[in-house]
Design a binder for this molecule. Structure first.
Ligand code: 5GP
Length: 205
């Protein structure tokens, strides 16, 4: 029987929502059985960051070469630096039947949605979005200007959300991690995915 391909899991969401914190928590837990794809970036390492662990740190020239060679599954410029996902690692790991987990910003997630619509897209949402009403009118202390800014931000966040399969609110890290793991388990049980395995068995593959 042919080995079942792994699932590509994309965690994304607005800037500042805590994607990195949730991702680190997921990978610090025993029993996590998906692989983290280490991204490439042109930003300078922060204190304590290690090349090949946190990121592969590259120069702009090196990064642009990789783009030209088609070495990246997606890439985006974020606050003046490039970030991208190495294509070879993702392909090899998925082919080996292992799930791959990406934690990336929203432009990159949109590129993957185009290229690989069968991937699993999880949107990490800020808790402020569901508290919107309280925040907008509840306290009655905000100026009209601040209320308008909040409405604009919330609208943008809702628009971004429409590309995703699931929305997880990051109200508490552990709860968010539990939901993400539950989504991944459920995704593996989807009829469309499971059916493919049985059909290929019937064909003797
Ligand atoms: P930071 O510089 O704080 O580590 O990351 C900045 C942003 O880049 C975060 O939103 C992070 O999720 C995103 N990011 C990290 N790696 C990638 C990547 O490979 N591709 C894209 N598109 N975004 C990434």
């Amino acid at each position: 029987m042919r080995k079942q391909k792994g699932l590509l899991i994309v965690l994304s969401g607005p800037s500042g929502v805590g994607k990195g914190t949730v991702r680190k928590e997921l990978f610090s837990q025993a029993g996590t059985n998906y692989e983290y794809s280490i991204s490439m970036t042109t930003r300078a390492p922060r204190e304590g960051e290690v090349d090949g662990v946190d990121y592969f740190f590259k120069s702009r020239v090196e990064f642009e070469e990789l783009i030209e060679q088609g070495g990246l599954l997606e890439h985006a410029e974020f606050v003046g630096n490039y970030y991208g996902t190495p294509l070879a690692y993702v392909n090899e790991t998925l082919e080996a039947g292992r799930d791959v987990f990406l934690e990336i910003e929203v432009q990159g997630a949109a590129q993957i949605r185009e290229k690989l619509p069968e991937a699993l897209f999880i949107f990490l949402a800020p808790p402020s979005l569901s508290e919107l009403q309280n925040r907008l009118i509840g306290r009655g202390t905000e100026t009209e200007d601040i209320i308008q800014k909040r409405i604009a931000t919330a609208r943008e966040e809702l628009e971004m959300m429409s590309l995703y399969d699931y929305v997880v609110e990051n109200d508490e890290i552990q709860k968010a991690c539990d939901k993400i793991n539950a989504i991944i388990v459920a995704e593996h049980c989807r009829r469309e995915r499971v059916e493919k395995i049985y059909l290929s068995m019937l064909r003797g593959e």
